[in-house]
Ligand binder design. Structure first.
Ligand SMILES: [Zn+2]
Length: 117
């Protein structure tokens, strides 16, 4: 499930950009339990909102395979969240691809990055 990979992206972004903010572990809400065991990254309040929102959108998305956002009819990311997730992808993408390559997550990561930008 790519919420796992997504949470890593957001965590890298939060570490580098919001280093001094107060951090909390993400507690996925109950309705996300059907996604299985989710990671609990340490994030600031804004980023917690983003991961919760993202995970919910993924859960509700009926499309498979997922189109890129630009070609998607649903446009599940609205307004501010869409801007935020795109910034996360642009920022964390370059850090993360190196990590992903080492950890065998390259394909998933690439799919997620290209999904959003
Ligand atoms: Zn943050």
């Amino acid at each position: 499930m790519d919420v796992k990979v997504l949470s890593l992206f957001i965590q890298i972004y939060c570490e580098k950009k919001h280093g001094s903010a107060e951090k909390f572990h993400w507690e996925p809400s109950e309705k996300l339990q059907d996604l299985g065991v989710l990671p609990r990254p340490l994030l600031c309040k804004d980023c917690l909102g983003l991961i919760e929102y993202s995970a919910n959108r993924r859960r509700l998305c009926p499309l498979d395979p997922k189109p890129t956002c630009r070609n998607c009819e649903i446009h599940c990311y609205q307004g501010d969240y869409r801007d935020m997730i795109r910034e996360v992808m642009r920022f964390s993408g370059k850090y993360f691809l190196v990590y992903a390559f080492r950890h065998g997550l390259f394909k998933e990561s690439w799919e997620i990055i290209t999904h959003f930008i």
